[in-house]
Design a protein around this ligand. Structure first.
Ligand code: MIC
Ligand code: SF4
Length: 643
């Protein structure tokens, strides 16, 4: 039987397991990436393994999330990561060099290879035919140490594109269209392959916008073939030698096929507070806009920036609107400057920010109270912008500029036309902001530079046969990691200080949770569907662990978060009958006896001691996952000699 692109890469990297859907498989990982907000933890975890040099073909440590340095904390963490990279054989991408996904796509990603990154938008490199997945920091640490990455063998979905995008309709609108079709949980357990005649019209940056935002579908990853378009991009980056042709077999089988005609698409917009809350831009015409932000790993390529600059050329933005522009990388910013486009952006009244995540993760540029903010980003979860009642809409760069120029939501198709954007044949290549590791001999004597903001990990405990604890928190559907462990300028500096972070756990839903959880000592969280969607941050598991959470019981989980819970030694369980969720109240005392037998049989009985009712729970732990839970988390399991 023929294979899909992803199946071909999986087959070539398979270490253990059978490639049948739902089976656990172990993959050899060629490349890893980390960013600063998850990196400090990942490297502390890597250090506990005692491996002197990373064992991957390439590992890169980026600094891009928190570059504000509002106190010593970040500067110390950056210095720590830089010293680890130098000693342990990683490349270090300095702050200012750009957003990890954009830089990795430009300079390091390779078709046909595997990449895991401690950031959920790692699938961006799927735009050049790489099997690129987001993972928790511990999983990335294990891969750097030479261990495998475990995933559940996904289903294969195919999106067939026909036609060609009309002017002012963009790859971002394709991302929003697939979110409209599938929703934020429609991709869970699947890899999404993009194909059909229509892909020939999409450049690599456009493809990368689409694979980037596949994360919002909950997909394991998204991937494009590696073809002539990929080859031209790699050539422009001076990396033609990295090109390999990669396509699916003609008789490859897909679990679902979705057709999208690019010619029929209109500009779309995701309304607050979910990326799948999609309507046409036209339908919101006239809505007053306070702020516009252009950038993030979804829309910060040279292609996006050039289109935006062309629209802004010779114009100034409305006085009532504040516009930020964050180019994705030093390469993008440098080329914008060389090509003269930067001066159009500056002259328009835009505020040009650093090449970093910036406003996307709430690092400044929070909207005014109840402000309407149009952003070219990928997430608009409640509170993520830093303004609790801010209303964030997700749009393409074209729709963003149209709003900045008119002061209201405006379909960009009604703006003055711009000429075709032709990308240069050769990009500006300057890797001077990527610092190389020391050679092995020099590395031995190098010291790791630790700051006082780095606090010890929370102590994880082995799961026991009897679990008895209070349901300290009950939350609804689609709880994001931004609900569980918010980010933003005030909290992000403390990513290596779990005790401090714990004060903000679930603060978006219930500010009293941390205090009540600590008082209960041991607790259980009850959740709805798609619990833990969004970021790969393992802090959303480590902080609950610190607060005494022993199990999370939901209707369903998001992929990376469920792995992070197991890695932290917290048991993820699901209701056999989702309606039972309604019968449990916050504060009820719950118990499960025979946990170990239940782990083996896949069924457990949950007794609600407060109401006297009993409910069936299900789980499908592999032997490895059971062993991790019984050892008290992944690090302890690895410490027992199981790499
Ligand atoms: C995000 O977009 O939510 C982040 C910030 O990039 C996270 C990583 C983090 O929380 O550090 C992600 O997507 O994984
Ligand atoms: Fe950074 Fe935003 Fe991309 Fe996350 S989604 S990596 S915060 S730019």
């Amino acid at each position: 039987m023929g294979l899909t692109i992803a199946q071909k890469i999986i087959k070539e990297h398979l270490i253990k397991g059978e490639m049948t859907v739902g089976n656990e498989i172990a993959l050899r990982i060629d490349q890893t990436l980390t960013q600063d907000a998850t990196g400090t933890m990942a490297y502390l975890e890597f250090e506990t393994m005692g491996v002197p040099r990373v064992k991957t073909e390439l590992s890169v440590a980026y600094i891009d999330h928190n570059t504000l340095q509002s106190g010593f904390e970040n500067a110390d963490d950056h210095r720590y990561i830089q010293s680890v990279a130098k000693k342990h054989g990683l490349k270090f991408s300095r702050p200012g060099n750009g957003i990890c996904h954009q830089v990795h796509l430009e300079r390091f990603g390779k078709p046909g290879k595997t990449l895991i990154g401690s950031d959920s938008h790692t699938p961006t490199c799927g735009g050049i035919g790489m099997l690129a997945m987001g993972a928790g920091g511990m999983d990335v640490a294990i891969a750097m140490g030479g261990g495998a990455y475990y995933i559940t063998m996904p289903k294969m979905y195919k999106v067939n594109l026909t036609g060609k995008l009309n002017p002012f309709v963009t790859a971002k609108d394709v991302s929003l269209e697939i979110l409209r079709i599938l929703s934020v949980k429609g991709g869970v357990g699947a890899i999404i392959e993009w194909g059909g005649e229509g892909i020939k019209t999409l450049s690599v940056p456009e493809r990368a916008t689409i694979t980037n935002m596949g994360t919002e579908l909950g997909a394991t990853t998204s991937i494009f073939p590696s073809d002539e378009v990929t080859k031209a991009f790699l050539k422009a980056e001076g990396r033609e030698a990295d090109f390999v042709l990669l396509e699916s077999d003609a008789d490859a089988k897909y679990d679902r096929i979705i057709d999208i005609n690019l010619s029929e698409l209109k500009p779309l917009i995701a309304c607050p507070h979910s990326p799948d809350n999609i309507v046409t831009v036209e339908s919101l015409k006239g809505t007053k806009v306070d702020q516009v932000c252009i950038g993030s790993c979804t829309n910060s390529s040279l292609f996006d920036m050039l289109k935006m600059a062309e629209m802004l050329k010779g114009k100034t933005i409305k006085p009532e609107v504040s516009l930020s522009v964050s180019p994705g990388s030093k390469q993008v910013l440098g080329m914008l400057a060389d090509m003269g486009a930067l001066s159009h952006i500056i002259a328009s009244g835009a505020r040009v920010l650093e090449c970093a995540c910036g406003p996307c993760i709430g690092m400044g540029f929070s909207p005014n109270s109840a402000g309407v903010s149009l952003r070219t980003f990928n997430r608009n979860f409640e509170g993520r912008s830093g303004t609790a009642d801010g209303k964030v809409y997700l749009v393409s760069p074209e729709t963003a500029v149209a709003a900045a120029l008119t002061g209201e939501i405006t379909d960009p198709r009604f703006m003055e036309p711009i000429g075709e954007i032709i990308l240069p044949d050769v990009f500006k290549i300057d890797d001077s902001a990527v610092i190389l590791p020391a050679d092995e001999e020099e590395a031995e004597s190098l010291e790791i530079l630790r700051g006082s903001n780095i606090k010890p990990f929370p102590e994880s405990k082995p799961q026991e046969n009897l679990l008895r604890a209070k349901a300290v928190l009950k939350v609804g559907d689609n709880i994001t990691t931004d609900h569980i462990m918010p980010a933003g300028a005030k909290i992000l500096p403390y990513r290596s200080n779990i005790p401090y972070l714990s004060k903000f756990c679930f603060s978006v839903c219930d500010e009293t949770f941390p205090e009540r959880a600590l008082e209960a000592k041991e607790s259980i969280i009850i959740g709805g569907n798609n619990y833990g969607q969004g970021s790969s941050r393992e802090h959303a598991a480590l902080v609950p662990l610190y607060l005494g959470v022993r199990a999370v019981i939901t209707k369903s989980f998001a992929r990376i978060h469920v792995a992070n819970l197991i890695n932290a030694g917290i048991m993820p369980l699901t209701f056999e009958n989702p309606d039972d969720y309604d019968k449990i109240n916050q504060e009820d005392i719950l118990s499960i006896s025979d946990v170990f037998e239940g782990m083996d049989s896949g069924k457990m009985i949950l007794a609600d001691e407060t109401t006297g009712e009993k409910f069936n729970l299900v789980c499908s732990f592999t032997q490895r996952q059971k062993d991790i839970l019984k050892s008290g988390g992944l690090l302890k399991y690895v410490g027992l000699g199981n790499l």
